[in-house]
Design a binder for this molecule. Structure first.
Ligand SMILES: C[S@@+](CC[C@H](N)C(=O)[O-])C[C@H]1O[C@@H](n2cnc3c(N)ncnc32)[C@H](O)[C@@H]1O
Length: 467
């Protein structure tokens, strides 16, 4: 260190050049007397030895990247920085840097009112009420640009919108969800579809059409929710999918099967758990399966963009240990479940029964399932404790300065609106996360969400903390 200090005396007009990202940091010689190195001496020494960049030009456009070394390496102390001017070559204090991030995030129109429904992308595969619109995780990843080599983490990944967007941006990701249907969809969306998929789908369909009557599956209340001919067609499809050898093709076909279950059942819709009469038949089931398989083949990814790996853990987040999340978490993007909003286990119940999962085990672990919230204010304490456990895990796995981005709505319980942000904010604070941004967004009235109809809540909140 003393060697470096000595060297700095003899070098006037120092230029520090960050090899990894030359544009991210150029130190202007307009205050050489106050120059001071603050980083690890070995790294600093490397930077000193790096060749000088071409004649420096002041730039007020490029911004410092979050968590990048330049923030530490290029520090000149005691310089006043105006808020709206890029402090070229001057100290960017962490507080001001935080404000810059908040300003960037305020520039995003979080309502995304003109968002395209992404019909032609993999996001449109399989309905999953209360899922993110892809613009939300896309904006977080773009604006907060996690350091290269780190992973994007979603502790409640649902049908994988965050993981798909992370993959498209070239980041590896990890998603956790207690719901096996969400995990199945996520896996199919983030795994290249094998070339044999279409022919295997056709073969399953043809064999199922010719199959003789099958014994009825052991599913509770089956006759109430499915016509007998529909049950026969679904049983035949399930049996042919079961025989597929290639596991990736089989998973994709299971997801296709799952995508049609509610439509061909007597259940009104994904957001209304009531039996209605529908004009359905075995032929229509096969037809729906065929169309769903073709549409998956048209939109699925064929290769992994930049080889970014998506890892999916099908478990309650409270049963996941920090050591199971490999790699450095550089960004968290999630929309947590919250009390009394949407019962994922209930609305996906028959998908789970048909595919051999146990919806009752999912129910027991699902945060916010309404059945848990019938007694007084217990729900609020429970939710606070659950969010506190979550932030304890995040603080164990997220590298320093990592941003945690949440989108969360309010609940209506016993007629009272409950501010869920308050609980998440308090849990985050307990574990040392600092709130750097908060905004409200209007929920698109056409979005499928149980909460909208049930509670008439039309807004949700965007919150970003930094560790
Ligand atoms: C709002 S949704 C997330 C949707 C997701 N952002 C997407 O785009 O698909 C909340 C998710 O939390 C999951 N969940 C509920 N309780 C959980 C728990 N204890 N552990 C992990 N996931 C849970 C639900 O299954 C649901 O998929």
């Amino acid at each position: 260190m003393w060697l470096l200090r000595l060297a700095s005396r003899f070098l006037n007009a120092p230029t520090i050049h960050n090899r990894a990202d030359p544009d991210s940091c150029k130190l202007w010689p307009n205050n050489p007397g106050k120059f001071q190195l603050t980083a690890n001496p070995i790294n600093s020494f490397n930077h000193w030895l790096a060749p000088k960049p071409p004649a420096p030009r002041a730039s007020r456009i490029a911004s410092f990247t979050p968590d990048s070394n330049p923030l530490f390496l290029c520090s000149i102390r005691n310089v006043t920085v105006k808020d709206d001017v890029r402090p070229v070559g001057h100290l960017v204090s962490e507080e001001r840097y935080g404000r810059r991030i908040a300003r960037r995030l305020s520039g995003v129109g979080w309502d995304f009112s003109d968002a395209d429904a992404d019909r032609q992308s993999i996001h449109s595969f399989h309905s999953y009420p209360a899922k993110f619109i892809p613009e939300i995780p896309r904006a977080f990843i773009r604006e907060l640009s996690p350091p290269a080599g780190t992973i994007v983490f979603d502790p409640f990944c649902g049908c994988g919108t965050t993981l798909v967007e992370a993959q498209a941006a070239g980041y590896a990701s990890v998603g956790v969800d207690v719901n096996p249907i969400g995990c199945l969809i996520t896996s199919v969306k983030t795994t290249p579809l094998p070339l044999t998929f279409t022919s295997e789908a056709e073969s399953c369909l043809n064999r199922a059409r010719e199959m003789a009557a099958m014994p009825l599956p052991k599913i509770p209340n089956l006759a109430h929710w499915f016509r007998r001919d529909v049950t026969q067609a679904l049983s035949a499809l399930r049996a042919t999918i079961h025989d597929v050898r290639n596991r990736r093709v089989q998973q994709a076909l299971e997801a296709v099967f799952s995508s049609i279950v509610v439509r061909v059942s007597n259940q009104d819709s994904d957001t209304r758990y009531a039996a209605v009469t529908k004009a359905m038949s075995a032929a229509r089931v096969f037809d729906a399966f065929n169309r769903a398989a073709q549409s998956l083949a048209a939109i699925a990814i064929r290769t992994k963009p930049n080889a970014a790996r998506a890892t999916i853990i099908n478990r309650s987040i409270f049963d996941v240990r920090a050591s199971e999340i490999f790699g450095d978490v550089g960004l968290v993007v999630t929309s947590p479940p919250y009390p009394n909003a949407y019962e994922y286990w209930l609305y996906h119940k028959y998908r789970m029964w048909w595919l051999g999962y146990d919806p009752l085990a999912v129910k027991a672990n699902e945060i916010g399932a309404r059945a848990h919230f019938f007694s007084g204010r217990r729900h609020e304490q429970d939710f606070h404790a659950q969010m506190s456990k979550l932030f304890a895990l995040l603080s164990a796995i997220a590298r320093k300065k990592t941003y945690c981005c949440f989108v969360i709505g309010d609940s209506k319980i016993h007629g009272e609106v409950v501010d869920n942000c308050k609980h998440v904010q308090s849990a985050a604070q307990i574990h040392g996360f600092k709130l750097v941004f908060k905004a409200d967004r209007e929920i698109n009235p056409h979005r499928k969400s149980f909460n909208l109809h049930h509670a008439r809540i039309k807004r949700e909140h965007v919150l970003v903390w930094q560790r």
